[in-house]
Write a protein that binds this ligand. Structure first.
Ligand SMILES: NC(=O)c1ccc[n+]([C@@H]2O[C@H](COP(=O)([O-])OP(=O)(O)OC[C@H]3O[C@@H](n4cnc5c(N)ncnc54)[C@H](OP(=O)(O)O)[C@@H]3O)[C@@H](O)[C@H]2O)c1
Length: 322
């Protein structure tokens, strides 16, 4: 593993999860090439390492030569690229299948030692186009690079997350919140720090004593399984905004989502409503965080630290939580 220099390439290192992975690789002494469409977006990561340790690297994701250049010299490659909704020039297939396959091919050619691809939990069952693209992407990547390690996280929480912050913002504004499909869909939210640590272990821990993450799929969930309704209840607890929950059948939610998907940054799309029809929990018999030596962090330890900022009057408004 250390025959090569300690260089890692992280695609999507500017994103919510990717930035945590970059920071951990830097702390392990790696020089990290942050492959991005806009290098300026990675500048904020530079202070987490010594001078020159974080290298923002312009990559034209659809260009095989550019992807190869980004990977050249690296022993570790992590792919965190992903989108939740499509636009005319950004398609699920491109981000979740075609581009990662280019990475997989480059990893094979450049003698990369570990390649970790971030997929998503529930892709085997879910019917959404997002899930289908992730599922087909996994297969295409495995065909190109059989030793890829695939991580399938459930919904990820942490201070800069999309999911909890978005619903907390909605709860600030609206007196009613929709319980799509009755709010029965189950999730197993996982802490961003645990997902980043899982990637680090899969990337760095030597193959020994029955441990070999190459060619494996890990399903990453937190210690609690909660329904959509319970997530609203947690939001109410930590933000102080107790809202009326209005059950909304999937069919009606899809119509609403169609209009919401027309916004520049859609709050909800019909495809996301589709994905709510299946539970998002770790399946039995799969490799999990514990197989990577990680005990998952509970939501109650992390959510208050950032959701309390949504309280009326801020986090110190309620003496009991101050
Ligand atoms: N967050 C979750 O709850 C969650 C749950 C399950 C699975 N995942 C998966 O985990 C991975 C990381 O998630 P994340 O939440 O960290 O993602 P994110 O912050 O939304 O985005 C990750 C990266 O994707 C690139 N990207 C975004 N839009 C793009 C576009 N239109 N064209 C090309 N590149 C684009 C960006 O890279 P540049 O701008 O630097 O080029 C960005 O840094 C994704 O594969 C996601 O599907 C996330």
């Amino acid at each position: 593993m250390s025959a090569k220099r300690k260089i890692a390439t992280v695609f999507g290192g500017t994103g919510f999860l990717g930035r945590h992975i970059v920071k951990r690789l830097v702390a392990e002494g790696y020089t990290v090439k942050v492959a991005t469409r806009v290098p300026e977006r990675a500048y904020f990561l530079k202070p987490c390492g010594s001078v020159g340790q974080v290298v923002p690297f312009l990559c034209r994701y659809s260009d095989p030569a550019s992807v190869r250049e980004a990977i050249e010299g690296a022993s570790i490659v992590v792919n965190c690229l992903g989108i939740l909704y499509e636009r005319r020039r950004r398609r699920f297939h491109d981000l979740h299948n075609q581009i990662p396959v280019l990475m997989a091919e480059a990893c094979m050619r450049e003698g990369v030692v570990r390649f970790i691809h971030i997929s998503a939990l529930g892709v085997d069952q879910a019917r959404s186009r997002y899930a289908a693209s992730k599922r087909e992407g996994e297969r295409a990547i495995q065909a190109a690079c059989p030793w890829v390690t695939i991580m399938r996280p459930s919904v990820i929480f942490g201070p800069e997350d999309n999911f909890f912050n978005m619903f907390a913002r909605l709860a600030q504004i609206f007196p009613l919140l929709p319980l799509i499909g009755g709010g029965k869909t189950k999730f197993q939210p996982v802490y961003v720090g645990d997902v980043a640590q899982a990637v680090l272990v899969a990337a760095l821990r030597p193959v020994a004593g029955g441990f070999d993450p190459r060619g494996q799929i890990y399903e990453l969930g937190g210690p609690e399984v909660v329904t959509f309704r319970q997530i609203y209840e947690l939001l109410a607890k930590y933000t102080g905004h107790k809202r009326i929950l209005v059950p909304l059948p999937f069919s009606v939610a899809k119509i609403d989502a169609f209009f919401l998907s027309l916004l520049p940054r859609p709050l909800l799309t019909p495809d996301q409503v589709e994905s709510l029809k299946t539970d998002n929990v770790v399946g039995s018999g799969n490799l999990t965080l514990s197989d990577l030596g990680i005990s998952p962090t509970g939501m109650s330890l992390i959510l208050p630290s950032y959701l309390e900022t949504y309280r009326a009057g801020g986090r110190f408004a309620d003496k009991k939580t101050a």
